[in-house]
Design a protein around this ligand. Structure first.
Ligand SMILES: CC(C)(COP(=O)(O)OP(=O)(O)OC[C@H]1O[C@@H](n2cnc3c(N)ncnc32)[C@H](O)[C@@H]1OP(=O)(O)O)[C@@H](O)C(=O)NCCC(=O)NCCS
Length: 319
């Protein structure tokens, strides 16, 4: 490594400089300063010690961001014995000098000191940027992590759906009528549905789903599109029971999920088209999401016109 390069933790006054460095060196990820501030600086799990920086004469030329659980995430299973690397970048003119290797090793030491026994790149909820390095765009990162002992876990894919061509198939409209005849209605989230939706999310999807429901409710109550969270509600009994929901935030689609007891009734398809139509009505030309597996893509998304746009590799290493 060039002798003038120094590495160490991020300084408390460096928030804006690091955000700009990230925006510049990871252009494919579209991480604006605001997004960085919200997703990293305001994350209660963020610690300056976990943000390892390389500097040349004081100028930021590299970053590896390590995140570990300090504040529990709703009802997600405890993952405090696991650490994550969520960002890794070196300025183009400083590459192949061993800077990233040094930064990743320092991030691993941070995790080890925090009692974590495994590092994953990078399925960190809720603040992940990508599920892992992009096989095409970040091939160097895959090679680097493999050389440091990381193994490939699986290959999540990201998909996009052009909305200007979207039409709702007749069978989906029929499925919606059939569901309605059985007392299952698709409704926008409103005050009465907040608690049943949170109850559903906590019961059926341990993890990040409760937070999505809460944040969507906050956003809708603050004036966001009321179709942002559409909920499938079984109203055939004395109390409304939520059996699925589908969420979007601007062009970003998801999450979408149906109670495992109620799968196979086409509730998922009806919810998906409701959300895509809402996005289309709001004027977006594309719907996209960052993370699916091949099986779900085949079962649900391909039929609606979603196509693979990126392929990632989730990696992990035992410390
Ligand atoms: C990936 C990245 C961080 C590597 O930074 P770097 O400082 O150049 O990496 P290092 O010099 O520490 O590399 C150490 C080893 O990793 C491997 N490696 C790194 N970049 C590589 C590349 N482009 N191709 C093949 N192997 C590579 C090599 O084994 C290398 O050792 P060597 O140079 O002696 O052959 C940098 O290329 C980058 O910022 N890329 C764009 C952003 C990115 O991909 N981020 C990861 C998102 S998950």
């Amino acid at each position: 490594m060039a002798t003038k390069i120094e590495t160490g933790p991020m300084g408390v006054g460096e928030g804006a400089d690091v955000a700009r460095f990230v925006a510049r060196t990871l252009p494919d990820e579209a991480i604006s300063e605001t997004r960085f501030a919200r997703q990293v600086l305001l994350d209660p799990n963020f610690e300056l010690e976990g943000a390892r920086i390389a500097r040349d004469d004081g100028r930021i030329v590299g970053l590896c961001l390590a995140m570990g659980r300090r504040t529990p995430l709703e009802n997600a299973p405890d993952d405090s014995d696991r650490g994550y690397l969520t960002l890794l970048a070196v300025a183009p003119e400083y590459r192949r000098q061993g800077i990233a290797r040094t930064l990743v090793q320092a991030a691993e030491a941070y995790h080890r000191d925090g009692g974590r026994r495994q590092v994953q790149v990078s399925p960190y909820a809720p603040g992940y940027f990508i599920p892992g390095p992009d096989e095409a765009v970040h091939a160097g990162a895959v090679a680097l992590l493999e050389s440091l002992g990381y193994g490939k876990v699986y290959r999540p894919l990201s998909m996009e759906c052009p909305l200007w061509r979207l039409t709702v198939p007749d069978w989906v409209e029929q499925a919606e009528r059939d569901l309605e005849a059985r007392g299952v209605r698709i409704r926008n989230l409103d005050t009465g549905l907040i608690l049943p939706t949170i109850e559903f999310s906590a019961r059926v999807f341990a993890g990040d789903w409760v937070r999505y429901a809460r944040e969507a409710a906050h956003a809708i109550l603050a004036g966001d599109c009321p179709e942002r969270l559409v909920v499938a509600v079984d109203e055939s009994g004395p109390n409304p029971v939520v059996v699925g929901y589908s969420h979007h935030a601007a062009e970003r689609f998801g999450p979408i999920g149906v109670d495992p007891q109620r799968r196979g009734e086409k509730i998922g398809q009806v919810l998906m088209y409701r959300t895509l139509r809402a996005q289309q009505r709001a004027g977006y030309r594309t719907a996209w999401f960052l993370w699916s597996d091949d099986r779900t893509a085949e079962r649900i998304y391909n039929g609606a016109g979603f196509r693979e746009s990126r392929r990632f590799v989730l990696m992990k290493k035992d410390l």
